[in-house]
Design a protein around this ligand. Structure first.
Ligand code: MOS
Length: 706
């Protein structure tokens, strides 16, 4: 069979799957901590200005209320800088009277039950001094400025595409998209005696949350215990420690009891970041036979006034294709909104939408098949650094995807295929993201009963890290997966990276691999000349309860000689209803070059999840602000549409599954980001192929196709 996954754990199911589907996996809000009380945030109803008065009396008198925190009475956060005027930086909660965006927390009501806190929160009232606000990206693009990092990039000649024989130039827009994981952000914070803090917190990185909270409250990091064994999706929204987490700790300090704070779905739109509304313009030119001569990519994305957020929106145009002349420019626009944050495929998902649509548009202008055009401009070495790739099997991915989708059925002439009265089209697009490896430490402990325990602080936000680590250890130790237990999501365990940037399987997987090899060596020494693989027997002979190693593992120096990326290709077959403009995905195929596939089932889920997220980006997701008030109007799951089961009929994931020989000993590259990068472009390209209508401002809603 082609693309077969070769591993002795090929059929390994998610090791925590049973816990998850039986409700036994405990998420941050589900811990029953003794004496627990509840906090509910109150948000600003204006968009820019300052608090004139804030009346908390009624709320304080409501049943069950213990306290109402505002900037007037909240305990100070010692780690907040007190400089005036403050430089740009993370929002400091309950710090002063300033209002930077609509929904900014102005009070935290603390009560003995959640319902009482929620009711009392409705009794808090405030008056404001208001200033004129700006929340409209389009109206403010001229005010964009170059961020500190991300300088304008010029290779060869600027705007060379303009003098090409065949060229296209278009503008592309993505709206604000919100991560909206199923699990709401939640924290239980307990200020323990003698200046120790324990939190059960939704986070992508227990060690980084530990550091941030310790810094804020001027404690030694080891005095802050962070527990996050299960996370119900995050996609970047839990990469950093947000003001509500600090607020919960503050509340626990103020009231002397453990405080639970769960954000509402509406809070999820203003408290934990989003993919920013971004405008892009791409000009691309080619010779008549399809060789790119120039690419110009400009972008402007929104940020807040209090903190700059930047992402590599235009980087993909510097990296994706062999092209002698490339120039890019990236600007950010400060608006009276909450600060954006990385969201799955940060930068590249946005950039790939524009670049991969532009390449598709050029393919029609040239009358060249879109895959052929991409292959003609395939980069054999990294266009940015000139370095060789550690591995790249993108062309193979094109081949696999084309066959699986039935690309040969595609017609180059848009609007020429129908199925049962629906316009039918095929589209494709590629994606890429850096393949990284950082440092991690793993304890591997063989117990007398033959159980191998692996411990490291990494969190698993959903991709199945525990399962992948089990798979690596099973291979390395030659024992069945059922004999392996993985402990993670606990800041007291050996240090591990934040789960982000598609680096965990590469980084922690390598550390697990290295730890297992070291443990085997230890067994070998112990066994002398005998069989060193019968671990329980050796432990028994030596009268030992266990044998363990703690191994620190980091990237090898060779990595810097290479450029390392993961690659994805997405193929879509779509149906468009000619009378209503409804778009249905008929079939979606994603193919990844992510090195060796460590855990077949969870890798497949990861790719499918990325396709679904990209489908939301392409067809439905859009956070809308009413600019008159600067307020979101669809901050709920009724009005902010995400794909549901019926929107996703058939998604297939395939892997080239060839090891990267450089990046790490297990050959694995990342997959989380590339699963989404390029999907929206593939859908937009398929919709064009079906209808002849090119929609360049996402989402592609039916009205735009009529
Ligand atoms: Mo991802 S945006 O690195 O969580």
């Amino acid at each position: 069979m082609e693309n077969q996954i070769v591993s002795n754990t090929e059929g390994l199911s998610r090791v925590d799957g049973r816990l998850k589907v039986t409700g036994k996996a405990k998420y941050s809000a589900e811990y029953s901590v003794k004496g627990l009380i509840y906090g509910v945030l109150v948000g600003s109803t204006v968009t820019k200005g300052s608090l004139k008065t804030i009346d908390t009396k009624k709320a304080e008198g409501a049943p069950g209320v213990l306290s109402v925190l505002t900037y007037l009475n909240a305990p100070k956060v010692p780690g907040y800088q007190t400089d005036t005027p403050p430089p740009k930086g993370p929002l400091k909660i309950f710090y002063n009277d300033q209002i930077y965006f609509n929904g900014q927390p102005i009070a935290l009501v603390i009560a003995d039950t959640f319902e009482r806190a929620l009711f009392a929160a409705s009794l808090v009232s405030a008056t404001y001094n208001t200033d004129v606000h700006q929340t409209d990206l389009k109206a403010n693009i001229a005010n964009g400025f170059a961020p500190g990092k991300g300088k304008d990039y010029v290779k060869g000649q600027e705007d060379a595409w303009k003098s090409a024989p065949v060229k296209v130039e278009q503008e592309y827009i993505i709206p604000t998209e919100v991560h909206n994981p199923m699990e709401l952000h939640a924290i239980i914070a307990r200020w323990d005696a003698d200046d120790k803090i324990t939190v059960w917190d939704k986070t992508q990185g227990v060690k980084s949350t530990q550091r941030t909270i310790a810094q804020a409250f001027k404690l030694a990091p080891e005095n802050v215990q962070v527990n996050s064994p299960f996370v119900g999706g995050a996609f970047g929204a839990a990469l950093r420690t947000w003001p509500h987490e600090i607020a919960a700790v503050l509340a626990s300090k103020a009231v002397g009891k453990p405080v639970k704070l769960v954000l509402s779905r509406a809070d999820m739109f203003t408290a934990v970041g989003y993919r920013p509304h971004t405008w892009q313009k791409v000009g691309i030119g080619a010779t008549a036979d399809g060789k790119f001569t120039g690419i110009t990519h400009e972008a402007a994305g929104q940020t807040s006034t209090y903190e700059d957020f930047t992402e590599g929106v235009v980087n993909i145009s510097q990296l994706m294709y062999a092209c002698p002349n490339v120039n890019t420019k990236y600007r950010i626009v400060s608006l009276n909104v909450n600060v954006p944050t990385p969201m799955r495929g940060p930068g590249e998902a946005t950039g790939a939408f524009a670049l991969e649509c532009a390449v598709d548009e050029l393919s029609y202008a040239l009358n060249i098949d879109p895959i052929e055009l991409r292959n003609k401009n395939h980069a054999d070495t990294d266009p940015l650094s000139g370095k060789p790739y550690s591995s790249k099997f993108l062309s193979e991915a094109y081949k696999i995807g084309a066959e699986k989708i039935g690309w040969s059925n595609r017609k180059q002439q848009p609007g020429s295929l129908t199925e049962k009265g629906w316009l039918t089209g095929y589209g494709m697009a590629a994606g890429m993201f850096g393949a990284y490896r950082s440092s991690a430490t793993v304890t591997a402990r063989m117990m007398a009963d033959g159980t191998l325990v692996l411990q490291t602080a990494v969190t698993d936000i959903g991709p199945g890290t525990g399962t992948a680590m089990t798979s690596v250890a099973a291979d390395a130790m030659g024992i069945p997966a059922s004999k392996i237990r993985v402990d993670l999501g606990d800041s007291s365990l050996p240090p591990s990276p934040t789960q982000g940037g598609s680096q965990v399987t590469s980084t922690v997987g390598s550390a697990v691999h290295d730890a297992c090899l070291e443990l085997k060596e230890k067994f070998k020494t112990l066994a002398g000349t005998g069989d060193a693989t019968n671990y329980t027997q050796i432990l028994k002979q030596q009268n030992l309860e266990k044998l363990e190693v703690t191994t620190a593992s980091k990237a090898n120096a060779d990595m810097s000689k290479y450029a390392s990326y993961s690659w994805s290709v997405h193929f879509m077959k779509v149906l468009v209803h000619p009378a209503t403009g409804v778009v249905k995905i008929d079939k979606a195929i994603s193919v990844a070059d992510a090195g060796t596939i460590i855990s077949a089932k969870t890798a497949r889920s990861q790719m499918i999840g990325g396709t679904i997220m990209g489908t939301g980006m392409a067809l439905m997701e859009e956070a809308i602000i009413d600019h008159r008030y600067g307020r979101l109007v669809n901050n709920n799951f009724v009005d902010y549409h995400v794909p549901v089961q019926a929107d996703i009929p058939q998604v297939e994931a395939y892997f080239v599954n060839k090891p990267d020989p450089v990046i790490n000993p297990i050959g694995a590259k990342g997959m989380g980001e590339i699963a989404t990068i390029g999907v929206a472009a593939a859908i937009a390209n398929a919709v064009y192929n079906a209808t002849g209508k090119r929609v360049r401002d996402l989402p592609i809603t039916p009205d735009k196709l009529l």
